[in-house]
Design a protein around this ligand. Structure first.
Ligand code: ASN
Ligand code: ZN
Ligand code: CA
Length: 326
């Protein structure tokens, strides 16, 4: 089918034909379904269906548009985990989840629930910007991957690492998608204007730019909101990928500081994501804190690239740069 999305332009969607109708059922990705809650805050809504296999018109007033964005974001995230990490779906069992759009009234959030194996998106408030961008979809779906793997508990330092894992793979999926309307960046939620002033929700190069997130580990890391302690690992991941200092990527200029004022040389996002995924799936557990994340990512880098490799050294340097483990 054809999706006329709000954030990603015109895209191809995989759908299912049943008789004279088509539905947003992704037959290539575990039958992932995209459903319309039509402002309800409960239930599973109705599966998007229609006669022409064209979904949305690029405008949020058309109720199919958010469905097209969500269906596309879920497909990109599925393809990223399968193509890059060899993971067959969120739980590595080939099963598709579902997306629910148009949750409630003026709801300015999105969330994953393991209980329904589903993610849910609000429509945003005054600015009428549904929370269905690629990075938000990848962030929420990654909560499902984390629940099925490291399962870091959603409080304290493990909670920050859980949140960061969602931001890290949100960036990785966005870069991997190579969509010209929503290019890759190290910002989270730059499309949805959640603050109403055009700024993104989070910045990975220097998380404190949002006014609340932590750039460096301190004893406060275990007591602030998990969306703020995630900053430490987001910053680690940015430094590991791109290195410290100024850098412009896809038109966005970053300037990433280090705690010790020593420069860090990046190894690229593909290797950094390989290391984080291996740590998430084979080292992390419910109680992993920042010190253990350092140990786990070092072990993962050692297994992937060797303990004498530049990749291993970069992991050590990037953790030191966010004040973990020195
Ligand atoms: N959008 C938020 C998140 O995924 C919802 C929450 O706070 N759990 O982190
Ligand atoms: Zn989250
Ligand atoms: Ca982004």
């Amino acid at each position: 089918g054809t999706g006329n999305t709000q954030y990603s332009g015109q895209v191809t969607l995989t759908t299912q034909q049943s008789g004279s109708q088509y539905t947003l059922t992704d037959t290539a990705r575990g039958n992932h379904q995209t459903r319309n809650l039509n402002r309800s805050t409960s239930g599973s809504g109705t599966l998007f269906s229609g006669p022409d296999d064209v979904w949305g018109n690029g405008q949020p007033t058309n109720l199919e548009t958010a469905g097209a964005d969500a269906h596309y974001g879920a497909a990109l995230t599925w393809d990223y985990y399968k193509g890059v990490h060899g993971r067959n779906g969120i739980r590595n069992d080939g099963r598709g989840a579902s997306s629910r759009v148009h949750y409630g009234n003026n709801y300015v959030n999105a969330f994953w629930q393991d209980s329904c194996f589903c993610m849910t998106y609000g429509d945003g408030s005054g600015n009428r910007k549904p929370l269905t961008s690629i990075d938000v979809a990848a962030h929420e779906m990654t909560h499902g991957v984390t629940a099925a793997t490291g399962n870091m508990q959603y409080r304290g330092e493990p909670g920050g690492l859980n949140e960061a894992t969602s931001d890290i793979f949100a960036a990785a999926v966005e870069f991997n998608a190579k969509n010209p309307s929503d290019v890759g960046d190290y910002l989270v939620g730059e499309k949805i204007d959640i603050r109403g002033n055009g700024t993104p929700l989070r910045y990975m190069d220097k998380p404190s730019k949002d006014g609340s997130s932590l750039d460096y580990w301190s004893s406060r890391a275990g007591s602030v909101d998990v969306h703020y302690s995630s900053g430490i690992a987001n910053h680690f991941f940015y430094l590991l990928s791109e290195g410290s200092g100024q850098k412009t990527i896809n038109g966005v200029t970053y300037d990433s500081p280090t705690y010790d004022n020593k420069p860090v040389t990046g190894i690229g996002i593909d290797k950094a994501a390989k290391i984080w995924f291996r740590a998430l799936t084979t080292k992390f557990n419910t109680t992993t804190n920042y010190a253990a994340a350092r140990t786990g990512t070092l072990a993962a880098a050692g297994e992937l690239y060797g303990t004498s490799s530049p990749e291993y050294t970069a992991v050590a340097n990037a953790w030191a740069a966010v004040n973990v483990g020195t």
